[in-house]
Design a protein around this ligand. Structure first.
Ligand code: IRO
Length: 309
């Protein structure tokens, strides 16, 4: 049997597959179900200071090649997740708390209390595309660095950043400098491709209600963008900064491609929402099969090994 375990910033994961923040992880029931499932970790919905209902519905739409969402950060508020974390830790797999904020000042408030609750890792979300009037922080290196400076001293568990997709090496290099200066322990690449538009030609409408139909694209259609960002940051950090690859993973081969590009673990969003928790067993079987076929006995054996021509 191939070894699908992995380690991120010194934390061991029983398998490299886990939910992406946002997918089936808002309520206590959903998080406990992730704990009982084969997910290799429990990742919370990105949390804000106050509980939020999120944007008006319809706000998620799945289609053949992926999904578009404009959820608008529906979550229970950080106090509820802080209370839940001790229970979530009983499942014997890492708990990753995803921290967001509507204002810069929110991030240290949430970080302090969540860190004290003892998650195994904290992911700071600098890339929500769906709050009307709020740009994605990760597209502004200065704003990103201000927020990182506020929370970095408060967080004692491994701290990562969830970044938006970048489409130009100059933007990746600018962010790399911020990350290197501030001492980040891992990256999660990528969040959804923000402010995309899906149209239903039969009804002659957009498919989600918020922001005139604009929302974050996920699923199979974004895999090349995700792979490009995993690869670019893997190379910028010379393989020394652990990366969670997120975006476009539908089957075991997609996960293998993320690992070849440099991912140490992968997260599943759209396909988890579409298929449910059973997806984890399928992905394990499929990734094991391809690793075995190629003669790799573990993820470390092929991580980052994609060949250039
Ligand atoms: O709309 C959302 O809640 C949302 C968030 I916070 C995010 O980081 N990414 C996304 O696609 N949707």
């Amino acid at each position: 049997m191939t070894d699908l375990t992995t380690t991120i910033a010194g934390v061991r994961f029983p398998t490299c597959f886990m939910n992406a923040a946002g997918a089936l992880c808002v309520t206590r029931e959903e998080l406990m179900a992730l704990g009982r499932s084969r997910s290799g970790a429990i990742v919370t919905k990105s949390m804000t200071v106050e509980p939020r209902q999120g944007n008006p519905e319809p706000r998620y739409h799945g289609f053949a090649g992926g999904s578009i969402n404009s959820m608008g950060l529906p979550n229970l508020g950080y106090r509820a997740y802080a209370e839940m974390i001790p229970d979530l830790k009983q499942f014997g797999k890492p708990v990753i708390a995803s921290v967001a904020g509507l204002r810069e000042e929110d991030f240290p408030v949430i970080a302090t209390v969540i860190n004290a609750a003892g998650p195994d890792l904290i992911e700071v979300n600098l890339s929500c595309p769906n709050i009307p009037g709020k740009p994605q922080i990760g597209y502004d290196p200065d704003a990103s660095e201000r927020i990182i400076k506020l929370v970095r001293p408060l967080i004692t568990v491994p701290m990562g950043l969830k970044l938006p997709p970048y489409f130009d090496p100059a933007h990746q290099e600018a962010m790399q400098k911020v990350i290197a200066r501030q001492g980040i322990d891992f990256l999660n690449l990528i969040n959804s491709v923000g402010n995309a538009l899906v149209v239903d030609p039969d009804r002659e409408t957009v498919v989600i209600k918020p922001k005139g139909g604009f929302g974050g694209l996920g699923g199979a259609i974004i895999k090349p963008v995700a792979l490009a960002n995993v690869r670019a940051f893997y190379k910028l950090f010379e393989g020394r900064l652990p990366i969670i690859g997120t975006g476009g993973i539908v089957n075991g081969v997609d996960a293998f491609e993320h690992i070849l590009c440099g991912a140490s673990a992968v997260q599943i969003g759209t396909v988890l929402v579409e298929e449910g928790l059973e997806v984890f067993a399928r992905l394990e079987t499929e990734l094991s099969a391809i690793l075995a076929r190629k003669g790799y006995s573990s993820i470390v054996d092929c991580r980052g090994a994609v060949r250039e021509l």
